[in-house]
Design a protein. Structure first.
Length: 99
């Protein structure tokens, strides 16, 4: 999100860490697989609640940008199951509101 640089930067950091830690060479040493899921706007209490501390213009633009229905937590869970079943490591699964 272009209006939240710190939020966007930390999300990108998680992606890069997941790809690096999920590299097969690391998996051979640690025996731990690492993946990341990047969901679009998701129906949670964070989204449903008030956006205190944010500029009114930001809140208005936020809801214009995300007019489509948010993802359900069950859809996120399905993504987690998909990654587990595939047995991959270092994968980034992007889940969008576009059906």
């Amino acid at each position: 999100m272009y209006t939240m640089p710190a939020y966007s930067a930390t999300k990108q950091a998680v992606i890069n860490l997941s790809v690096t830690w999920g590299n097969l060479k690391n998996v051979e040493v640690t025996h731990v697989k690492v993946n990341a899921i990047c969901p679009d706007l998701t129906a949670t209490t964070m989204v449903a609640g008030p956006m205190n501390g944010l500029h009114d213009e930001f809140v208005e633009n936020f809801f214009k940008e995300f007019r489509s229905l948010p993802l359900k937590t069950s859809e996120i869970a399905s993504g987690v199951i998909k990654l587990l079943q595939e047995g991959v490591s270092g994968a980034i699964l992007v889940l969008t509101c576009d059906k």
